[in-house]
Design a protein around this ligand. Structure first.
Ligand code: ADP
Length: 742
C-alpha cells in the first residue's frame, strides 16, 4: 500500500509541476510553446491514467486505464514531434504532416479503445509483489508494435530535424538544438527502458513531466543564457580591439584572439610582468596614477618581408562587479595605426598646402611688384601730362590712360585682397572715424564717374548718427566703394541713393546701417544666391564690356562677415537693386553729428594744385629704376622741395653719411642691399638716424604694412605713387616751419 501511495504522491507532484510549466508556456507567443503545452496536458492525462492503474482492483478496470494511458502517450509523442519540428523552424513540414499524423494517432486511439472488447493489442494479468500487493501488468500483442512504430517514427522525424539543424547551424546556435535533442533522447531511452525492463509505469510517466519542464527551461533560460555567453565570447574574440582580463591576484583569466595574435601572447603566460604590459604599466604609474592609457609602437614583418610600424593605444582600468567592488583589472588595446597614418597624411597634406600657399603668396607679391612698377611710371608720367597740358584732346587721352590704369590697379588690389582673405590674414583694425568724412570721400570718389554716365548720387545721412564711431574705416570704405562702383557700372539711367542710419546706442555700441540703391539693370532672382560666389559674373556676355573680375562682392561679403556684420540684396530685374549692410560699431562720441552737408565739389578738382611749398626741405629719393626717380621728382616739382636722388642702397648710405636730410623716400625692392637693409644702416650710421623715412613699395601683400611699421618707417606708400598722396604724407613729416600750405 505504501508504494502505491508513494506512486500516487509522485504523480500528484508531477501534475503540480506540469501546471506551473503549462502556465509559463501560456505566456510565450511562439507556436512551438503551444505544442509543448499540449504535450504536457496530454502528460496530465497519462499521469491520471497511471493513478487509475495503480488503484485498479479489477483487470477490466486496469485494461481501460491502460488504454487511456497508451493513448495519451501517443498524443504526448505527437505534440512533442510538432514542438520539435516547429522549434527547428520546419513550419511547412509540420503543416503537411499534422493532418496525417492526427488521423494515424486517432486510429491508434480507437484501436486501443477497442482492446477492451477484442484484446488484440495487449492483455492484462494480475501480479503480486513481495509485499503481497496486487497490481496489473500487460502482455503485448503484435498490433502493439504497430502502435510503438507510430510513436518512434514521430520521434525519429524530430530527431532528424534536430540533427539537421545542428549540422546546418553556425556553432554558436547549435547549442540550443543540442540541449533539446538531449532531453528528447532521454525520453526515447526511458520509454525503451520501460518496455524492455518492465519498469514501473510511474517512472516513465513522471519522466514525461520532468522532460517537458526541462525542455521549457532549455528554451527559456539555458539556451538564451548559453547563447549569450557563446555570443559574447565570440564577439569579444572577433573584436578589432584587444581585451585581457586579470583577477585580483594579477593572474590572466581571459585574453581575446586580438591580444594573443597581435601581441603573440599565450593566455597561460600573460602576466602584468610580461612585455609590453610591464613597460606600459610602468609609464602609467610614473605619472602617479594606478590606471590610465599609454601609446605603444611596435614593428612587425608581414608575409612579403616588409617591416610595418604598428601603433596601439593601451588602456588599463579596474574591473568591478555590479556593486562596484574591485574584482581585477583589464587592458583594452586599440589599433591606432590607421589613425596614425591618417594623421601623418593630413600633416603632410597640410605641409604641402602651406608650401603651395607660400608659393602663391610669393607669386602674388612678385606679380604685384612686376605690374605696379611699370604702372608707377605710366601713371606718374601721365599725371605730368595732365598737369602740364591745356590741350583738351591730349587731356582726354591722358584721362583715359588714368582711368584704365586705375582699373588695372583695382584689379590687382582685388586679387591681393582675395588672397589675403583666403589666407585668413585680413585683419580688422578699429579706430575712431567720422561718418560724414567717409561719405564725403565716397561722394567725391565717384561723382565724376557717375557724372560721366549722367547718373546722380544722393546721400541721405541720419542726423543722429554719432559724431565719432570706432571701426575699420579702410574696410568700410572698401565695402562702400565696391557696392557704389557696381551701382554705377550696372546702371544706365537714374542714379544711386545712399542712406545711412544707426540704431540707438547701447553700451557704447550701435548698428551702422548702410543702404545703397540703384536704378540699374537689376539682378535675376535665381542669381541672387550666387552673387557672393568668387569669380562669378552674371550675364557675362551682356556685361562683357563692363570691367570686373567677379571678386568685388565676394570680398565685400567677406569683409562684412569679418566685421561681424550682415549684407542682404533685394533686386528687381530692370528696375534696380538695393544692398543693405549692417555693421556693429563702437561709439567714441555719441553726440549727434547733425545735418550732413556735401562740400561743394571743387569744379576744378581735376585741375592739379600742390598742397604745400617747402623750398628749404632736403629730400633724398632712393630707387634703382631711374624712370621712377624721374616720375617722383616730377611729381614733387611744384612743391619746390629739393630732391637728391640715389640709384641704390649703397649710394643712399653714402649720401646719408655726408648730409642730413629732412625726409627720405626709399624704394623697397632693390638689388642688394634692398630698402630694408639700407634703412637699417641709415638708422644706425651717419647723420640721418632720426630722419623720417617713407617706404615706397610695390609690395602690398598681406602683412607688409605692419612689417614696415614695426621696423620704424614713418610711412608707407604703395606704387604707383599718386602725387596727392605723396604730398599729404610728406606734409605731415617735414619740419613744420619749412612747410607753407597753399
Ligand atoms: P564684378 O567685378 O563683375 O562687378 P562683383 O562681385 O562686384 O564682380 O559682382 C558680381 C556680379 O554681380 C556682377 O558681374 C554683376 O553681374 C552683378 N552685380 C553686382 N552689383 C550689381 C548691381 N548693382 N546691379 C546689377 N548687377 C550687379
Amino acid at each position: 500500500m505504501l508504494t502505491k501511495a508513494t506512486f500516487i504522491l509522485i504523480d500528484f507532484l508531477a501534475i503540480v509541476d506540469i501546471f506551473f510549466t503549462v502556465n509559463a508556456l501560456g505566456r510565450m507567443k511562439e507556436d512551438y510553446a503551444r505544442y509543448l503545452s499540449y504535450a504536457l496536458k496530454a502528460a496530465v492525462v497519462a499521469i491520471l491514467a497511471n493513478m487509475l492503474i495503480a488503484i485498479s482492483f479489477h483487470p477490466a478496470f486496469a485494461e481501460i486505464s491502460y488504454a487511456l494511458y497508451f493513448a495519451s502517450i501517443n498524443w504526448i509523442v505527437l505534440f512533442l514531434a510538432g514542438f520539435g519540428l516547429l522549434y527547428t523552424e520546419h513550419q511547412t513540414i509540420t503543416r503537411a504532416l499534422t493532418k496525417p499524423a492526427v488521423v494515424l494517432i486517432g486510429l491508434d486511439t480507437l484501436s486501443l479503445a477497442g482492446n477492451v472488447i477484442f484484446h488484440h493489442v495487449y492483455s492484462v494479468y494480475e501480479k503480486t509483489d513481495l509485499a503481497g500487493i496486487v497490481y496489473y501488468q500487460t502482455v503485448f500483442k503484435i498490433p502493439y508494435y504497430i502502435h510503438l512504430a507510430i510513436d518512434y517514427t514521430m520521434l525519429f522525424v524530430v530527431l532528424l530535424a534536430l540533427l539537421y539543424r545542428i549540422r546546418k547551424n553556425y556553432s554558436m546556435y547549435r547549442i540550443k538544438y543540442v540541449l533539446i535533442l538531449a532531453v528528447l533522447l532521454l525520453v526515447v531511452l526511458m520509454n525503451l527502458a520501460y518496455m524492455t525492463l518492465e519498469l514501473a509505469l510511474d517512472a516513465s510517466v513522471v519522466f514525461y513531466a520532468v522532460a517537458g519542464t526541462l525542455i521549457y527551461f532549455c528554451i527559456q533560460i539555458f539556451v538564451p543564457r548559453s547563447l549569450m555567453n557563446v555570443a559574447i565570447g565570440r564577439a569579444i574574440d572577433d573584436m578589432n580591439e584587444g581585451l585581457i582580463l586579470f583577477d585580483l591576484s594579477h593572474k590572466c583569466i581571459y585574453a581575446n584572439a586580438f591580444s594573443k595574435v597581435r601581441l603573440r601572447l599565450d593566455t597561460s603566460e600573460i602576466g602584468l610582468d610580461r612585455e609590453p604590459l610591464a613597460t606600459i604599466l610602468k609609464s602609467i604609474r610614473e605619472r602617479g596614477t594606478e590606471y590610465g592609457q599609454e601609446p605603444y609602437v611596435t614593428r612587425i614583418e608581414n608575409e612579403n618581408g616588409q617591416v610595418l610600424e604598428m601603433h596601439y593605444n593601451f588602456r588599463y582600468n579596474e574591473l568591478t562587479d555590479v556593486k562596484g567592488r574591485s574584482i581585477g583589472s583589464y587592458f583594452l588595446i586599440e589599433d591606432t595605426t590607421e589613425n596614425f597614418r591618417h594623421m601623418e597624411e593630413i600633416r603632410i597634406a597640410k605641409e604641402n598646402a602651406d608650401a603651395a600657399n607660400q608659393a602663391k603668396s610669393s607669386f602674388l607679391a612678385s606679380m604685384s611688384h612686376e605690374i605696379r612698377t611699370p604702372l608707377n611710371s605710366v601713371l606718374g608720367l601721365n599725371e605730368m601730362i595732365l598737369r602740364s597740358t591745356e590741350d583738351p584732346q591730349l587731356k582726354e587721352y591722358a584721362e583715359n590712360i588714368r582711368a584704365s590704369g586705375d582699373a588695372l590697379l583695382g584689379l590687382i588690389s582685388d586679387i591681393l585682397d582675395f588672397s589675403k582673405i583666403e589666407a585668413k590674414r585680413m585683419e580688422v583694425k578699429p579706430a575712431p572715424y567720422s561718418m560724414h568724412h567717409l561719405l564725403r570721400d565716397c561722394y567725391n570718389n565717384f561723382i565724376q564717374m557717375a557724372g560721366e554716365k549722367g547718373l546722380y548720387i544722393r546721400i541721405d545721412c541720419d542726423e543722429t548718427i554719432p559724431a565719432s564711431l570706432v571701426g575699420d574705416v579702410k574696410l568700410i570704405r572698401q565695402i562702400l566703394n565696391n557696392i557704389i562702383s557696381n551701382g554705377i557700372k550696372y546702371t544706365k539711367v537714374g542714379g544711386l541713393s545712399l542712406r545711412v542710419t544707426t540704431s540707438a546706442v547701447e553700451e557704447n555700441t550701435c548698428d551702422l546701417r548702410m543702404e545703397i540703391s540703384d536704378t540699374g539693370i537689376g539682378i535675376p532672382e535665381e542669381e541672387i544666391g550666387h552673387l557672393f560666389d568668387a569669380f562669378r559674373r552674371i550675364n557675362e556676355k551682356e556685361n562683357a564690356t563692363i570691367q570686373g573680375t567677379g571678386l568685388g562682392l565676394t570680398i565685400t561679403k567677406e569683409l562684412v562677415t569679418l566685421m561681424d556684420g550682415t549684407i542682404t540684396v533685394h533686386s528687381t530685374l530692370g528696375k534696380g537693386s538695393t544692398f543693405r549692410v549692417t555693421l556693429p560699431q563702437k561709439v567714441a562720441d555719441a553726440a549727434a553729428s547733425g545735418e550732413f552737408r556735401l562740400h561743394e565739389v571743387d569744379s576744378a578738382k581735376n585741375q592739379y594744385h600742390e598742397l604745400f611749398h617747402a623750398p628749404d626741405a632736403q629730400i633724398l629719393l632712393v630707387d634703382d629704376v631711374s624712370m621712377n626717380l624721374k616720375v617722383v621728382k616730377a611729381l614733387l616739382k611744384k612743391t619746390q622741395v629739393q630732391v637728391e636722388t640715389a640709384g641704390g642702397g649703397l649710394e643712399a648710405m653714402e649720401k646719408c653719411r655726408q648730409k642730413k636730410y629732412d625726409l627720405i623716400l626709399l624704394d623697397h625692392r632693390m638689388p642688394e642691399p634692398d630698402g630694408i637693409e639700407t634703412f637699417k644702416v641709415i638708422r644706425t650710421d651717419g647723420l640721418n638716424t632720426e630722419t623720417p623715412v617713407i617706404m615706397l613699395t610695390a609690395n602690398v601683400v598681406s602683412g607688409a604694412e605692419e612689417e614696415y611699421e614695426q621696423l620704424g618707417f614713418a610711412g608707407y606708400l604703395s606704387k604707383p605713387v599718386r602725387g596727392e598722396e605723396l604730398e599729404k604724407a610728406m606734409a605731415g613729416l617735414l619740419p613744420k616751419k619749412m612747410v607753407t600750405y597753399v
